[in-house]
Design a binder for this molecule. Structure first.
Ligand code: ADP
Ligand code: ZN
Length: 297
């Protein structure tokens, strides 16, 4: 059986695992994201030890970004223009490839998670879909026509501008680049800054959730109109508030206002906007899926 390493490189923590499918996932370890020197050394040590025990066929990395996923670019495999302290222009693929000597697959964390959902989760059988995570930040990836979306780099759906009514919502937004972009309005830290309380601790009947659903629906409608996805998967810590799903679905229908006459939107929206099939393992399984793809290419 194949043996792949998966690294979910997040801005808060790195999660490493070995396996070949959700039924065969072992040895998961996690450590805090500190400096590149320290954190990359921990990741390299983990995979080197796993490779010594029993050879790995490939490693996959789904990383916080922005990243450079184009193998022909000089900074391929790097985390590039992140505002995260210490991590600007950090080579992630290089140290792993050099130390372990196996193919390394690399993409944004959300493109990786999308691939994992395509392989084993809620996007099986689809060819055009989006995976969005709402957590410390907000990121979106996915496939169009059966291929992970790449172009100039990778999608940055989290930073699309949204319409905000300053009277109804005076909070100016959390994004260091744009203020009230999609991420700036709906990520976990934005909720906490706006309401003075962590999203975890806001009761279900708090007005925060209607506003959250409103912004999420605005973002999703833009994505639906631009990419025409067959399904949208919403993951990340904030979406653990499952009561958000019906609110978001209803607002998406209201905002589209009958314009898209498709049963998936009109009658079957419960199956159109869904949580990840892989649950909170979408990230690390996505990294394993990136390894599988690297091994076969
Ligand atoms: P990350 O984005 O760092 O990988 P998460 O997806 O867990 O990690 O996102 C963390 C953010 O999500 C924090 O801002 C936190 O407040 C929020 N969060 C985590 N769990 C929950 C929850 N159960 N309910 C609401 N918000 C949550
Ligand atoms: Zn932004």
């Amino acid at each position: 059986m194949a043996r792949y390493g998966g690294l979910e490189a997040g801005g808060t923590k790195f999660v490493c695992a070995v396996g070949s499918s959700p039924d065969d996932l072992s040895e998961e370890v996690r450590f805090s994201t500190t400096t590149p020197a320290e954190t990359m050394a921990q990741a390299v040590a983990y995979f080197a030890e796993q490779h010594r025990r029993s050879p790995l066929d490939a490693i996959g990395v789904g990383s916080f970004g922005p990243v450079e996923p184009n193998p022909n670019a000089p900074d391929y495999g790097y985390i590039t223009t992140t505002p995260k302290a210490h991590w600007h222009m950090t080579d992630v693929v290089g140290p792993l490839a050099q130390a372990i000597g196996v193919p390394v697959g690399f993409d944004s964390d959300v493109n990786g998670a999308a691939l994992g959902e395509f392989r084993w989760g809620a996007a099986q059988g689809l060819d055009t879909f989006v995976y969005l995570t709402v957590g410390t930040g907000l990121g979106g990836g996915g496939m169009v026509g059966g291929k992970l979306i790449h172009g100039l780099m990778h999608p940055e759906m989290g930073h699309m501008p949204l319409r905000r009514d300053p009277e109804a919502d005076p909070y100016p937004g959390f994004c260091v680049y744009h203020g009230d972009c999609f991420e700036g309005l709906v990520c976990g830290p934005a909720i906490e800054a706006r309401w003075g309380k962590s999203a975890r601790d806001l009761p279900v009947d708090h007005p925060a959730w209607a506003l959250q659903a409103h912004y999420l629906a605005l973002g999703l409608v833009n994505i639906i109109l631009v990419l025409s996805p067959q399904r949208i998967i919403l993951g990340g810590g904030v979406m653990d508030q499952h009561h958000l799903f019906p609110l978001v679905r209803a607002k998406v229908q209201t905002l589209l206002n009958g314009y898209i006459q498709k049963r998936q939107i009109l009658d079957e929206i419960d199956a159109y906007i869904v949580p990840p099939g892989l649950g909170n393992r979408a990230g690390v399984m996505g990294a394993i899926a990136l390894a599988e793809m690297a091994a076969s290419s």
